[in-house]
Design a protein around this ligand. Sequence first.
Ligand SMILES: [Zn+2]
Length: 327
Amino acid sequence: MQMMSKEKAKRYYRNMSQLIFNQEFRTEQDCYEWLFKNRWPGGFRCPFCSGQEYGRISTRGLYQCKSCRKQISLITGTIFHKTRVPLLKWFMLIHRMASSKTGVSINEMKRELEIKDYKTVWVMAHKIRKAMADRDARYSLSGLVELDESFFGPAGSGKRGRGAEKKQLVIIAVSGWKHTNGTEHPGFAHAFIAEDASAETIEGLLRRLGILDIQMEPFIKAIRTDGWRSYEKIAEKLGLIHYRAVLGNPKDAAKILTWTHQLISNAKAVFSGPHRGVSQKHLQRYLSEVCYRFNRRFWNREMFDRLLTACVSTDTITRNELMVGSI
Ligand SMILES: [Zn+2]
């Protein structure tokens, strides 16, 4: 490919990706074939007896091993488990969620996928978000980590004073990486809803993200914050270097803590756009989507393949579990 501007390259990849999708996935069978190849890249292998001979029981991805006679479903252990929606529609939604910058509108997808029930599409999107969150949960933060807090909440709750109470506190952590020329750039991000910004809460978070064990050398070596006393306490307790960005005016935070604020502004765009009015109960999953996208912002074309792989590598979440917000 010839040199092209960054903007042009972005458009090229997005169009190309849609084109490839439409060519590769035309029928239900194409989707099952993708699942088959993803599960058994070297050909069928029975998970029970390692047999390699199989019979096809149904066109919906059900196989039977010829040696032990056990049945294997391609969609068990994936987010498609027990779905009644055709896989092609799932794949289309995954593709749209992977290529969109701020997330998709459920109403729009409902029309595109020709699914009558709003809730069905809503649940599908949340299952995909869960796959995103599960995938990112595997990654630790390391080196220098920038930390900051922000508030997100239902639209319209921005009334002064009382309104602020309705918003949910979110802690954002972004680790950096060093370019060979010595400049530092934001790398991987996590964002979590939190009850408070106490030292205990933040310590728990850091332990989960990159300080595995007191005996082990921590992945996280240093933190950069606005100097809030909770951070001060934790840095001391965990023996981390603490860079305090001293803020005269809180509005300057975006200029000094640029990594976390890049993520915060992405999230604000999502919550003022396609996902306006997200309830606190589901906020974490939308944040996971924002982080997933942020963490893969340079991938472009690979996004769909990676997200599809994440979707078939994780268990599903049921509609009931979603409603009670247990995950
Ligand atoms: Zn077998």
